[in-house]
Write a protein that binds this ligand. Structure first.
Ligand code: SF4
Ligand code: SF4
Length: 150
């Protein structure tokens, strides 16, 4: 049965804080075919805000990041000239109202992806619980300088 049209979209969007559809983007990526491909994905998903999902056999990378045009009041600062992706976004079946996007899989962490690879491919990756060490001033300073966790 078709869903009823929403009279005033703002009635719905003002309850969705912060606007879920404006706080991430997703792009299709090549289907992984080799150990190196999976290893690259594991490296990517090790970064904060990155996840992967499979939709209709296609692989997608999702990056959680807030659009620079999302205002503090949850409205779009460039509403009249927003990109077509935003204009075509369905409010009736959006991230706030919808609960099933037809994803086959959604990997939200390094471990989830690694487990799936080990169970569903011929590649085997070892997993060891991360050791973040004890934070100290010297370590924090070095990390800030080199921009990595090594
Ligand atoms: S996810 Fe849906 S309810 Fe939330 S801001 Fe976007 S269109 Fe509005
Ligand atoms: S341009 Fe506007 S509608 Fe599009 S993602 Fe950014 S804030 Fe949201």
């Amino acid at each position: 049965m078709a869903k009823a049209k929403i009279k005033d979209p703002w009635d719905q969007c003002k309850k969705c804080l912060p606007a879920k559809c404006c706080t991430y983007f997703a792009l299709q990526v090549d289907e992984p075919e080799s150990r190196k491909d999976y290893e690259a994905m594991l490296w990517q998903i090790a970064h904060k805000g990155v996840s992967f999902y499979i939709y209709r056999k296609g692989w997608y990378m999702m990056v959680e990041t807030v659009c620079n045009f999302l205002r503090d009041d949850n409205k779009c600062a460039i509403y009249e000239t927003r990109p077509y992706i935003c204009r075509e976004h369905s409010i009736e079946n959006c991230e706030y109202t919808g609960d099933d996007y037809g994803w086959t899989e959604h990997f939200k962490s390094y471990k989830e992806l690694l487990d799936w690879i080990n169970e569903n491919t011929n590649y085997r990756f070892k997993y060891k619980e991360p050791d973040y060490g004890r934070p100290n001033a010297k370590g924090r300073k070095l990390k800030a300088m080199v921009g990595c966790g090594s």
